[in-house]
Design a protein around this ligand. Structure first.
Ligand code: CP
Length: 400
């Protein structure tokens, strides 16, 4: 009987996070709420919790990375996990070992969860069939990059939700203006953020997305970031418009809940977020445009196009940037740029994903968000996180 219970429990555990479509709006809200709590922790002098002590994350990347790899590593360490990082190009994969054998050996050695990046779509999903522990898709080919989309949405919400919650909820986001225009709104500080951000308003507000129009500009066809972000914004109720030369737009509208345009100059004046994609030359994108110079002249965000954006609009980019190819130097570092904030968000969001997969695995991403407050327990059933949980303001288990 106990064995049956254990098997049922194992079967009901989440296999991982492979696609944004694994989530519904309650699941995304749950991740945002936890990310708020973890962001608060990350601002402390000692930004660390004992929550996942004793657990080990294996980061297995068969493609290059700066942001995703390091923020998974920092997120895990902030939750007191141990981390092993395997760079495929320096592993026994080079000697002919299969990825399946590599992952199963890492699990045998002690990994409790995996973050996997691979150039082939579907590899992380396949890994969930090989492994009895959670696998997070850290980017697979042109398919998906779900934690990138979550951190992007978290960054958008951090920027736009407080302004709405601070007594301006009747105003459409597109009508908000900074004070320098002599209209409603809040004064940007020197970093371009508004004074009201984080000023005690409810950070869980997802309503702001329903008022947003997000342009995603560039190599849509080869972009896992675009696929995950469009899906996430669709779940949250934002409108998306994909902008690219025809060769880099999806071949068919099927499956894309987005407008499509080849004219960036027509789109820019009416967007709230201008999300710029990298030209992925490692996936052959260069073959789809006549020259990089011509691409930049039609689709690069330069100072002239920056000036076409509404005053309240923001610039985003997942990184790495190709300055001078898809974005001008000054635009990347401009007051409207949220690019470094996106990188910051990645740590809290990935902490939330690890927490839900390893500390509080309810077997579904789509659960009612009342379960946010439940506490992880160790093998003895003893609550190991009372101190950390009260510190970050989550309700006690009995409240969940
Ligand atoms: N955004 C992103 O995935 O960046 P890295 O390739 O540096 O991880």
């Amino acid at each position: 009987m106990a064995q049956q219970d254990a098997m049922a429990s194992a079967a009901s555990r989440l296999a991982g996070l492979i696609s944004i479509r694994d989530l519904d709006i309650a699941g995304i809200k749950r991740i945002m709420q936890l990310s708020d709590s973890f962001s608060e922790v990350l601002g402390r002098d000692i930004p660390k919790l004992p929550t996942l002590r004793g657990k080990t994350l294996a980061i297995v990347f068969a493609e290059d990375s700066t942001r995703t790899r390091t923020s998974f590593e920092i997120a895990a360490k902030r939750l007191s996990m141990d981390v092993v990082t395997l760079n495929a190009s320096q592993s026994s994969l080079k000697k002919g070992e299969t990825l399946r054998d590599t992952l199963k050996n890492l699990h045998a050695i002690g990994a409790d969860a995996f973050a996997v990046r691979h150039s082939s779509a579907g590899v992380p999903a396949q890994a969930t069939r090989w492994l009895p522990v959670p696998v997070i898709n850290a980017g697979d080919g042109c398919h998906e990059h779900p934690t990138q989309a979550l951190l992007d949405c978290y960054t958008i919400r951090q920027h736009f939700a407080p302004a709405i919650g601070a007594g301006q909820s009747r105003e459409p986001v597109s009508s908000l203006r900074y004070a320098r225009n002599g209209t409603a709104g809040t004064e940007p500080d020197s970093s371009g953020s508004t004074a009201s951000i984080g000023s005690g308003v409810a950070q869980t507000d997802l309503e702001c997305f329903k008022k947003l129009r997000v342009a995603i500009v560039g190599d849509i066809e080869h972009s896992r970031v675009a696929r995950s972000l469009v899906a996430a914004l669709d779940i949250l109720g934002a409108r998306t418009v994909l902008v690219a030369p025809k060769t880099l737009l999806p071949r068919s509208q099927a499956g894309w809940p987005s407008e499509m345009s080849t004219s960036l100059d027509e789109v820019l004046p009416s967007v709230d977020v201008c999300y710029i994609l990298r030209l992925q030359r490692e996936r052959g994108t260069g073959m789809y445009v006549p020259t990089l110079r011509e691409y930049y002249s039609y689709y690069g965000i330069d100072e002239r196009r920056y000036a076409m954006l509404p005053d309240h609009a923001v610039i985003m980019h997942p990184g790495p940037l190709n300055r001078g190819v898809e974005i001008d130097n000054t635009v990347a570092d401009s007051p409207k740029s949220l690019i470094l904030r996106q990188a910051t968000s990645g740590v809290a969001v990935r902490m939330a994903v690890l927490y839900l997969l390893l500390g509080h695995n309810t077997g579904t991403w789509k659960a009612d968000d009342r379960s946010v407050g439940a506490l992880p327990r160790d093998n003895t059933g003893r609550d190991t996180t009372t101190e950390s949980t009260s510190q970050i303001g989550l309700p006690e288990a009995a409240d969940a």
